[in-house]
Unconditional design. Structure first.
Length: 119
């Protein structure tokens, strides 16, 4: 079983930056991917960014490309999401998730951390 724990987040004005961290534990050797999702009030949870553990390929939602950067530390089984040029529409609860094995999809979720961007 894989567990993930997020840290970071907070409040910032538009144009500012925040950094989110996520650490995985447990059966980390089986992880296929780690990623970030977010859910704004009244909206469905959406994919933000993710990295495939084996080859390091990262993908981003169009809405964050060029502003958010995902970095991974395979040895520490952790990822960091650097969020720059934040916009009020980035306000959401951000969740780290692990795709714990090939074919399972994202099946291990953190508790979430609030990101609030004021205009």
């Amino acid at each position: 079983q894989v567990h993930v724990v997020e840290s970071g987040g907070g409040s910032v004005q538009a144009g500012g930056s925040l950094r989110l961290s996520c650490a995985a534990s447990g059966r980390t050797f089986s992880i296929y991917a780690l990623g970030w999702f977010r859910q704004a009030p009244g909206k469905e949870r959406e994919f933000v960014a993710g990295v495939t553990w084996g080859n390091g390929d990262s993908t981003y939602a169009d809405s964050v490309k060029g502003r958010f950067t995902l970095t991974a530390d395979n040895r520490k089984s952790s990822i960091v999401l650097q969020m720059n040029a934040l916009k009020p529409e980035d306000t959401a609860v951000y969740y780290c998730a692990a795709n714990s094995a090939v074919g399972r999809g994202y099946d291990a979720w953190g508790q979430g951390t609030q990101v609030t961007v004021s205009s």
